[in-house]
Design a protein. Structure first.
Length: 168
């Protein structure tokens, strides 16, 4: 056996594993050029949007019947709309932005439910008056009771000090 053949047998790694492959940057460029992950990402995004809308529509139906409200549709807001999270039209259509304006990620479920409750409250009070805010809180409380709205702990009501407490 020759010295070269003997060295090959004693090598820890075969020569194929020692060859340098493409750099991470080159692999990323190849993936970007292929475009396959983006297509898969769009399908996932559409599936996420459809699932979120299905949940929101079911919640809207239950909350509307609980409070005697009527809506005609709950749809996703068009991509690129960043002026508002939701909008309610006089004919009962509700549109809700599902994705974050800058990251494009699906908004948290608690944000989506809060927006839905806000727009449902507009079906009764088409303004932002005190009556609207009180009704919005009732709708949110019902959503919380049903387990749909869970943003965190309920903030304690601020305690009003009596005029006579500080006199002591």
């Amino acid at each position: 056996m020759s010295a070269r053949a003997d060295a090959r047998q004693r090598a820890l790694f075969p020569p194929q594993q020692l060859a340098a492959g493409p750099s991470p940057v080159a692999r990323l460029r190849a993936l970007a050029a292929a475009g396959a992950p983006r297509v898969a990402q769009r399908a996932t995004r559409a599936d996420e949007d459809a699932e979120a809308l299905e949940k929101l529509r079911a919640m809207a139906g239950a909350l509307a019947s609980r409070f005697g409200l009527r809506f005609t549709a709950v749809d996703a807001e068009a991509d690129g709309v960043v002026q508002h999270y939701g909008i309610c039209y006089a004919d009962g259509r509700i549109r809700i932005r599902l994705r974050h304006a800058t990251t494009g990620r699906l908004l948290k479920e608690s944000s989506l439910v809060d927006t839905l409750c806000h727009e449902l409250a507009h079906l009764k009070h088409f303004d932002h008056s005190l009556r609207f805010r009180r009704f919005h809180e009732k709708v949110l409380a019902e959503a919380r009771r049903l387990g749909w709205y869970n943003p965190g702990p309920v903030p304690a009501a601020p305690r009003e000090a009596s005029l006579w407490e500080n006199a002591r």
